[in-house]
Design a protein around this ligand. Structure first.
Ligand code: FES
Ligand SMILES: [Fe+2]
Length: 355
């Protein structure tokens, strides 16, 4: 195995691995440099499991297809003849044209390339090559990718080198499985393009020190100093916050939005689209009998926009030439864990067994 380290000064990356209190954030270039993002695409995303959406997309109908972005390229998700989900590299074996534009869906009994019309069966086998003369059709089957369901979300392993999904998620499966999120249905979705590096968006989510200043509406339903972080794993970090006594859920007024407590799940799925640009897809999931979660969507859309404004301001600071990596304070233990995972990967070290 060739270990390739990120194009950053190792001594500066190493400072993120010092104990909390002495640690500094990642080098500035980690947030601004195209070469660093290219490294991350290959080493952090393409060689790991990437979430591509809910497991009920594409729908459970033979021939349903959907193209989704991965770390480097894209995948064509297909329901095969038995309605099982398969993932193929979204690359035609003729000249390499994408089989379906990323973000779009199709429903056909076969997979058909829009460029010259080469056609593949739902198991990826080449069945028709426009122009004739293809003698080695078996060599021209679509490249199949590892795809797996985790609690109702679909994950794809682009390079085929990720550990098992169970190993990847470690203890997080035990934390979330009791809520049975697979039974929930999507009820609302918002997409944002944030002018900030994906790690800035992630780090913002790992601390609530900023909540009293920029999220007054959120603080009305949840005390910003409440909650704690769970003991994190080698691929995840997170924790909980409390509701105020008079709040039934996190909504604009604190009023419940569904038949159960707390009523809904909100996910943020991040896709880096440049060193200073991240697409964020938010999805609200709830029990099928929930009719309206407007109060929750309104609150989080507002909180999101407050966060994006802060992240974009941070990104301008990072790009200003005046930025130096700042300290990580005591109540930013989750930020410390996150930058530690990234720093160890930058240095070519394994995160297995962390913390
Ligand atoms: S590139 Fe797909 S048919 Fe030619
Ligand atoms: Fe925030």
């Amino acid at each position: 195995v060739t270990i390739t380290t990120a194009p950053l000064p190792p001594a500066e990356v190493e400072r993120a691995l010092a104990p909390l209190g002495e640690a500094r954030m990642l080098p500035t270039a980690a947030y601004t440099d195209h070469d660093v993002l290219a490294w991350e695409r290959e080493h952090l995303f393409a060689r790991s499991w990437v979430c591509v959406g809910r497991s009920d997309e594409p729908e459970h109908v033979s021939g349903a297809q959907r193209a989704v972005a991965l770390g480097i390229g894209s995948a064509l998700l297909v329901r095969d003849e038995s309605e099982s989900l398969r993932a193929f590299a979204n690359v035609c074996r003729h000249r390499g044209h994408e089989l379906l534009p990323v973000g779009t869906s199709a429903a056909q009994r076969s997979i058909s390339c829009p460029y010259h019309g080469w056609t593949y069966a739902l198991d990826g086998a080449l069945v028709y090559a426009t122009g004739g003369g293809v003698t080695e059709a078996a060599e021209c089957a679509l490249g199949e990718l590892r795809v797996a369901d985790w609690l109702g979300w679909t994950f794809v392993d682009e390079r085929g080198s990720a550990p098992s999904l169970a190993e990847h998620f470690g203890g997080l499966t035990d934390v979330l499985a009791p809520y049975d999120p697979a039974r929930l249905s999507p009820v609302a979705r918002r997409e944002y393009v944030v002018a900030a590096n994906w790690k800035v968006v992630h780090e913002n989510y790992q601390e609530c020190l900023h909540c009293p200043r920029i999220h007054p509406e959120l603080c009305k339903v949840s005390p910003p100093n409440s909650g704690d972080n769970l003991a994190p794993g080698s691929s995840w970090v997170g924790g909980w916050m409390d509701l105020r006594p008079d709040a039934e859920t996190m909504s604009m007024t604190g009023a419940a939005v569904g038949p159960t407590h707390p009523g809904y799940v909100l996910t943020h799925r991040l896709e880096p689209i440049g060193p200073a640009a991240t697409r964020v897809e938010c999805e609200w999931l709830a029990d099928p009998e929930t009719t309206s979660i407007d109060g929750a969507v309104e609150l989080w859309d507002l909180v999101n926009r407050q966060d994006w404004a802060a992240c974009e301001s941070v990104q301008r600071g990072l790009a200003s030439g005046a930025h130096r990596p700042g300290p990580i304070v005591a109540r930013e233990d989750a930020v410390h864990h996150f930058v530690g995972l990234v720093a160890r990967a930058y240095l070519g070290r394994s995160n297995a067994g962390q913390p």
